[in-house]
Write a protein that binds this ligand. Sequence first.
Ligand SMILES: NC(=O)C1=CN([C@@H]2O[C@H](COP(=O)(O)OP(=O)(O)OC[C@H]3O[C@@H](n4cnc5c(N)ncnc54)[C@H](O)[C@@H]3O)[C@@H](O)[C@H]2O)C=CC1
Ligand SMILES: CC(=O)C(=O)O
Ligand SMILES: [Mg+2]
Length: 571
Amino acid sequence: MSSKTVFRVALRGEELLNNPRFNKGTAFTVTERKAFGLTGRLPSKVNTLDEQCERAYQQLQNRDSDIRKNSFLQSLKNQNMVLYYTLLTRHLRELIPVIYTPTEAEAIANYSHLFRRSEGLYLTFPDQDSMEQDFLEQTKGKDIDLIVCSDSEAILGIGDQGVGGIGISSAKSVIYSLIGGINPAQTLSVVLDVGTNNEDLLQDHLYVGWRNKRIRGEEYDKFVDKFVQLVRKYIPQCLLHFEDFGVTNAQALLRRYRGTHAVFNDDIQGTGAVTLSCVMAAVGVTKSKLSEQRYIIYGAGSAGLGIARQLRDAIVSTDSMPKNEASALFYLIDKHGLIKQSLGKANIRDDLEEFVRPDEEWAEVKENGAGEIGLLETIRKIKPTILIGCSTHAGAFNEEIIKAMADGCDRPIILPLSNPSKLVEVDPKDANDWTQGKALLATGSPFPPAKMPNGKDYIIAECNNALIYPGLGFGAIITKSREMTDTMIIAGARRLASLSPALKDPDDALLPDFADAPEVNFEVAVAVAEQAVEEGSANVTWKKEEAREKVRQHIWRPIYGEYVYDKDGMA
Ligand SMILES: NC(=O)C1=CN([C@@H]2O[C@H](COP(=O)(O)OP(=O)(O)OC[C@H]3O[C@@H](n4cnc5c(N)ncnc54)[C@H](O)[C@@H]3O)[C@@H](O)[C@H]2O)C=CC1
Ligand SMILES: CC(=O)C(=O)O
Ligand SMILES: [Mg+2]
C-alpha cells in the first residue's frame, strides 16, 4: 500500500470514526471530512501521521507503568490501527516488551479486571451449537490469511489463564503484522474457551470467561475439531497458528492436523526454529559442529521437546549423523529429574520416548531421596556444552549449576528461555559474572546487556520465537502452502542463523536485535518461500527466483490511504 492508494469506503460519520481499520482521526483531510460527514465531528486542524504519532508517544510516556502503557496501546489499537502500528514501528525495541513478553503476561493474568472491550473471536464450549454462525460473523467476506488460536492452558510461563488467553492470540497476531508485514485486517485472533482449572479465576466473581473446569478428552477433541473443520471449510488457504496449548494437546493437535492443513505450533516449531538459529550461531563462535555438542534441556514440555527435535533433526541433516545417534546427544530433565527408563510410563509422556536415557548409563550416579537424577548430577557426569531452560522454574540455574557448566567446557552455551522475565532460569548478568564472561547467552524475554571482564557490554540476544515465526508464517502464506513442512522451517532457521551478529564478532549477540526484526523476518520469509517453491509445497505458479520480489510486494505497512465515499465500498 502506498500513500496514494485509494480506498472506496462505505462507512460515514461515527461509524467511520469508530472503525479502527479505517479511522484516521485528526488526519482525515478536508476533502475526506466533507465527503464522509466528519467536518463537525473533528477539531479543525488536520494532523499528519507524524504529528499524531508524536502526540500518542507523549500520552504513552504519561503512563507510569508498563501495564498502564499496555492498556493505553490496547485502546489505541481499538481506535486507529495505522497510528497504533506506526507508533510501535517507530519505537519497536522499547514497545515490544510492553505489548508482548513480559508485560502481556501481566495483562493476561488480569484480563477480567482490565477488560474494557472485546477483541477477536471467543468460541465458548457451551455455545458450540452456534459455532459456525459465530465463526462466519467474523470471517465472512474477509480475506483472512492467518488465524492465531489458543485454548489458554499454558500461557507463556504463567499457566492456565482461561478466557484471558485471547490476549496471547492478539499479541502474536500483532507481532505478525508489526514484524512480518501481514495485513492486520487479514488476521483473526481466537480463544477456545473450554473452561479453566485456575482456581483464582474460578473464584473471581469478575471473571469474564466460562466458569467451569477445563473440558478434557473426547469432548475437548470434538470441540477443537469442529473449529478446525470450519477453518478448513471456509478459509482453506489460511495459516492456522496454535499458541500456548498445554503440552499434551499441543503435540496431539499438531500431529492430527499438520498433514491436512497449514497448521503451525509456535511453542513447538517456532521455539525449535529460533533456538536452532541461536545454537548454530553459538557453535559458530566455539568453532564446533552441532553434532559435537552434548545438550541438556531442562523442562521437557512443548518448547523443550520442540527444541530437542528441531536440533536433533538439524544434526541429522547438517552433519549426516544417524537419527538414533543424534537423539543420544540429548539429556532431557523434567519435574522428576533426568528422563530415564526407570521413571516408568507414568512419568514419561509417549512423545518423549526417543530421548529416554538407559538406566545402565546412570548406575554409578547418586540419586536423590526420590530416586531421581538432578540437573547438577547430570551436568557433572556428561559435561554438557549446551544448557537450555524452558521449565518455568525461576532461578533453577543457580551459581553451582552455572559454575559446573563452566567447569565442563570452555564456552558453555546457556539459554534460559522461560518467559516472562521473572521466570527466567538464571539472570544472564549472573551467568555472565559466574563464568567470567565465558558463557554464550540468550534469553526468552529482553534483558539488559551484561559486562564482560574487559568492561565491554555483552548483548543478551532474545531467543524468542517472535524473531522467526512471523517470517515462517509469511513464507507459508505467500506460497499458499497447504502444509508448513519441517524443511521450510529449517530453511527459515538457517537464514536467521546466517544473520547472527556473532558471525562477524564472536563477542556480539547470538541473534539479531529485535529492532531489526522486520528486516530479519523478511529474509526468513524469503527463505521459506524459496524452499516451499523448490520442494513443491507451494501452490503458486511463480518461480523460486521471484520469491524475494513476491514477499516484498505483499508486505503490509501502516500508511494512510486516500478515501473516496462509495456506498458499495469497503465497510
Ligand atoms: N523463548 C521462547 O521463544 C519461548 C519460551 N517458552 C517458555 O518456556 C517455558 C515452558 O513453556 P512450554 O514448554 O510451552 O510449557 P510446558 O508446560 O509445555 O512445559 C514446561 C515443562 O517444564 C517442566 N517443569 C516444570 N517445573 C520444572 C522443574 N522444577 N524442573 C524441571 N522441569 C520442570 C514441566 O513439567 C513441563 O514439562 C515457559 O516459561 C514459556 O514462556 C515457551 C515457548 C517459546
Ligand atoms: C514466547 C512464547 O511463545 C512463550 O513463552 O510461550
Ligand atoms: Mg507461546
